[in-house]
Design a protein around this ligand. Structure first.
Ligand SMILES: [Zn+2]
Length: 407
């Protein structure tokens, strides 16, 4: 009996060992996707096509059902806009074609979880690069071979468990050019959008540090997220939660369709958008931990109803509205009354030229009422250089005056 038992155990162990090792798989996938052969996976290039072929091969190996428009592929066409930060001028008359890769696990459920990661990157860095040297291949190992390798392993894990949802895996292209692939998908969905339960985005998950800091965006997009994260991440990560569903990656395209989202991100680093974002710098153990966390969240929510969606106040745009004009004043940040109190007036700037004095409180700019500092900053974004407007101020706390300002 004992020998038989031992044999059985040996037998089982062999089976376990014949399963692909997740660390090795992640390392292999990141190394290939971030290799020079793929020339930085720029949308619409040969490198993008090679990466697409590799990912489709993985989806096929895992037995995912093709859910693009042509097998796993969903081709899209977008005319580029010229980006003021770009070194080269784009030809805006010709559309660039890119391709999303879409695979499905069909559990015959009524709702589907979308798990996505973009696989495109900056090519030779002529657009979006933060590198000032000569053109060189931007390998994008963390951004975002790490996310793509992770969704492949999530597909392997979720194939055989948690059957109360279907799973749609999407490797997006065109993300770096402005969320082209995810934007296209939500306009040309290959499953009914209303059946999507929630969307999980992995973009830059390859640099988990010793402090275990993991940023999670979109925690305000459903009332259940915080509890689900508490139940699964505590003690394993130092989570930094951001409520907003608006942010610079593909989850935003889904959030804007009223779908709850979470985006996982291990944070900025010196190699971001530079040729040095290379495979050997990726923390594979950290990626495994994040994959296990996402698996745990999905498991935690398996069997619950379709998640409720909540709109978030969009922290990013709240923080930094863009404006190109100035009144030329120093605001009083400590002022607690209504309006924007002026603590100082700069020489020869619009406010001084209009007769505005230190101590005045701005209460309207044009038609816009100014109650808070944010109202003031937002109102500035409505004007451009040369514009004229009427600014109402309160002087000495009693006199209301209207002054003409030219920016
Ligand atoms: Zn990215």
């Amino acid at each position: 009996m004992k020998t038989l038992l031992a044999l059985l155990i040996v037998g089982c162990t062999t089976v376990v060992f014949s399963q692909p090792n997740i660390n090795n798989e992640l390392k292999k996938d990141v190394s290939f996707l971030a290799s020079d052969v793929l020339e930085g996976r720029n949308t619409g290039t040969k490198g993008e096509l090679l990466a697409a072929g590799y990912i489709m091969g993985k989806f096929y190996e895992l037995g995912l059902i093709p859910k693009g428009e042509n097998g796993y592929l969903q081709e899209f066409f977008v005319k580029p806009k010229n980006n003021p930060h770009s070194r080269l001028k784009a030809d805006t008359s010709v559309a660039i074609s890119g391709r999303n890769i879409i695979g499905f696990i069909d559990n015959k459920a009524a709702k589907t979880i979308v798990i996505g990661a973009h696989y495109d990157h900056l090519g030779f860095g002529d657009e979006g690069s933060l590198y000032s040297g000569n053109d060189s291949i931007h390998n994008g190992a963390d951004d975002n071979a790490s996310g793509v390798a992770s969704i492949i392993q999530l597909a392997r894990i979720l194939k055989d468990k948690n059957k109360s949802n279907n799973y749609l895996f999407i490797a997006f292209s065109g993300e770096e050019k402005g969320l082209w692939g995810s934007g296209w998908f939500v306009k040309h969905p290959t499953i009914e959008l209303s059946t999507i339960n929630y969307m999980i985005n992995l973009d830059m998950v390859g640099r988990l540090g010793a402090d275990l800091k993991l940023l999670v965006y979109g925690t305000g997009t459903s009332p259940v997220w915080n509890a689900a994260l508490d139940a699964t991440a505590s003690g394993k990560f130092h989570l930094i939660r951001k409520e907003s569903g608006v942010g610079p990656s593909d989850h935003m395209s889904f959030y804007l369709q009223d779908i709850p989202v979470l985006h996982f991100f291990t944070g900025q680093h010196d190699d971001y958008h530079k040729p040095t974002d290379d495979a050997e710098k990726v923390n594979v153990d950290g990626m495994v931990a994040i994959i296990q966390l996402i698996d745990a969240i999905i498991t935690n929510l398996d069997g619950s109803d379709k998640l409720a969606f909540t709109k978030t106040k969009d922290e990013e745009s709240e923080k930094a509205p863009k404006y190109s004009v100035t009144l030329g004043v120093i605001p009083d940040y400590m002022f607690e009354g209504e309006g924007m109190r002026i603590d100082g007036v700069k020489e020869n700037q619009p406010a001084q030229l209009a007769g505005i004095l230190k101590g005045d409180v701005v209460i309207t700019m044009g038609e816009i009422p100014i109650k808070t500092m944010m109202d003031y900053v937002k109102s500035l974004s409505q004007f451009k250089k040369g514009d004229r407007t009427i600014v109402t101020i309160l002087r000495n706390n009693k006199e209301k005056m209207a002054v003409k300002v030219q920016f």
